[in-house]
Design a protein around this ligand. Structure first.
Ligand SMILES: [Zn+2]
Length: 592
């Protein structure tokens, strides 16, 4: 077998990169389509006789435009990620923002129109064969509108949010992008970007980690008054909107986006809070291994052994394909196709954005994965993770466009699941005790991240929004609240916490999805539940897994779990049994 090429092919989607003429035309068409949709909506009047026909034709057009918009948005993401200096790509990012606002405007408008349709007509409407299978989303649209203000007011909020809300997020990124951290290395002082400096937090020498951590804290402290502004104002915009809509619970929006109940969220966190002891034990043992009394926040991710094994891109790819195959031949074939057709940008080079993502092109029925591969086992996990996302989209390709949209909590399920298959296989194939311990630790680290780090983010955000209702929360108070949240989430297992985490973590500044935290933990534990189920079922699980993924865009997560796993996720039992699987890793680790 030959070698896989680690750069992606975007030319087959639109030739010419960020100056592509074809893409320019494609974007112009979307603008036209949005106008058509607006016209259709304007004519849609609940008194008219052919209302049902009009809605059917609107939905048909909406599906097309949605595909085109997602396709364009994905292409722009790829362009801006592969080369951060590409000015044309940055211009396209702004265009996408404007396009997204007008598309969102159409959706809001449609929801309001649907809400105005009399109940009887509506029941007749959703039964139409052309709309078969999309009742859930249609009803969701209609219900959403019932919680909104008038169309005029919602459209005004939508328009104002471009500069008054989402702009705070851009402002945040601009400030972070300009920040520099001076770090002393071997007697000389080097200047680094935030991303580069943060990578040094996993250095082997504790003195280095401590130095980098302190320098980063200084950098965040210097800008903290600006970040207090960005965070407070975007939160203020959100709270004002909620107030006018008479929404009392700050979790209402994120729960709705994730199609989950408050009971489910509460059951999940409560199960986690009650089962933290094994992970506290792990942190204490790690302190012993590192020779300190108690770990500091910058020790949690420190390596305990040299991860010496490196895998070439092709070796990594072959390993993933092989491991996927033991579980699902279809998933393995898909991954192989993605490597062969160059759907993945993995080259280790300068000028790329950090991190990884997977984005789909529903019009072409393709996906693209972005990451930087340098040969570590953690890189292989990331690659498997993103392939899990890609496979999720792949099995949904032939569904109605409205049924292809799923929230982050279930999105992170498919990815974590794929990651888990590979992580377990890597542990199974470890050659030495040290290697096995290091790989097990890698896995436990994930549990610590989801049960402690993300829990802290959730607790902080909940408290912050409560205080923000009474006015501006200054940086010093944000620091206090952050440390309080971390102490609770880590159950006092650490010696030193990260007060500026509210500033350094981008996720608090994401405006498209509020509470960008609990869906990760949900996805992790939910996929563990599926994993346990799969191991029980053995070979028959492939088709069941596909069926589950295909339903992620058309039902609540409670119904999804009940239908496919026969589990009631509003109860703690489900979550506890998933946590037990993670605790087992800790037990094995402590025995080694
Ligand atoms: Zn992911």
């Amino acid at each position: 077998m030959g070698e896989y090429i680690p750069t992606w092919d975007l030319e087959s989607l639109f030739p010419g990169g960020s100056t592509s003429k074809e893409f320019k035309v494609y974007l112009e068409n979307i603008n036209e389509e949005i106008k058509v949709l607006s016209d259709q909506l304007r004519q849609l009047d609940s008194e008219r006789k052919n209302l049902v026909e009009e809605v059917v034709s609107f939905i048909r057009q909406l599906e097309h435009t949605m595909f085109h918009f997602r396709e364009a948005a994905a292409f722009i993401s790829c362009l801006s990620a592969q080369d951060v200096t590409d000015e044309h790509a940055n211009t396209l990012v702004s265009k996408r923002g404007a396009l997204s606002a007008s598309f969102q405007g159409v959706l809001t408008n449609a929801m309001q129109k649907f809400a105005a349709i009399p109940e009887e007509t509506w029941i007749e409407l959703v039964k139409r064969t052309e709309l078969a299978g999309i009742e859930f989303v249609m009803n969701e649209y209609r219900d959403t509108a019932k919680d909104l203000l008038s169309t005029e007011q919602e459209l005004l909020i939508n328009d104002l949010s471009v500069d008054g809300y989402h702009a705070w997020n851009q402002m945040y990124s601009t400030i972070v992008g300009n920040m520099k951290v001076e770090i002393e290395e071997d007697g000389e002082v080097n200047s680094y970007s935030i991303g580069q400096a943060s990578n040094k937090l996993t250095a082997e020498a504790r003195t280095t980690r401590k130095h980098v951590f302190e320098k980063l804290q200084e950098a965040w402290e210097d800008q903290s008054s600006l970040f207090a502004q960005t965070l407070n104002h975007l939160a203020g915009f959100r709270l004002q909107t909620y107030k006018h809509r008479k929404w009392e619970n700050v979790l209402k929006e994120p729960l709705k986006i994730n199609r989950m109940k408050q009971e489910t969220l509460d059951a999940m966190w409560s199960a986690i809070s009650n089962n933290k002891q094994p992970f506290v034990d792990y942190l204490h043992r790690k302190a012993e291994i590192l020779g300190v009394e108690k770990l500091s926040v910058y020790d949690v991710g420190a390596p305990i052994a040299n991860d010496v094994r490196r895998f070439s891109y092709t070796e990594g790819a072959d390993f993933i394909i092989e491991q996927f195959r033991t579980f699902s031949p279809k998933m393995a074939d898909f991954a192989q196709m993605a490597f062969e057709n160059r759907w993945i940008e993995a080259e280790d080079r300068a000028g790329k954005r950090p991190g990884g993502f997977c984005t789909s092109f529903p019009d072409s029925r393709e996906t693209r994965i972005f990451m930087t591969y340098s040969g570590t086992s953690s890189n292989i996990s990331t690659l498997a993770h993103e392939l899990g996302h890609a496979y999720h989209q792949h099995v949904m390709n032939d569904l109605h466009g409205l049924n292809q949209r799923y929230a982050m909590n279930v999105a992170e399920t498919a990815s974590t699941f794929a990651e888990m298959i590979v992580a377990d296989a890597t542990i199974g194939q470890a050659k030495t005790k040290e290697e096995k311990q290091a790989l097990l630790e890698d896995k436990i680290q994930r549990s610590v991240a989801f049960f402690m780090n993300i829990h802290a983010r959730y607790l902080f955000e909940l408290n912050f929004y409560k205080e923000r209702e009474n006015g501006f929360v200054p940086a010093a108070r944000l620091n206090e609240m952050m440390v309080e949240a971390q102490k609770e989430a880590y159950q006092d297992a650490l010696d030193e916490y990260d007060p500026y985490f509210w500033a350094s973590k981008l996720h608090f500044h994401i405006t498209t999805t509020p509470f960008y935290n609990f869906p990760y933990t949900f996805g992790y534990l939910f996929s563990l539940g599926i994993y346990a189920h799969a191991k029980e079922k053995g070979g028959n699980f492939e088709e069941e897994y596909i069926a589950l993924l295909r339903d992620t865009g058309r039902m609540s997560v409670e119904d999804l779990a009940m239908k496919h796993l026969e589990a009631d996720i509003t109860k703690e039992d489900f979550w506890e049994s998933a946590i037990r699987l993670c605790a087992r890793d800790v037990k094995e680790f402590l025995e080694l």
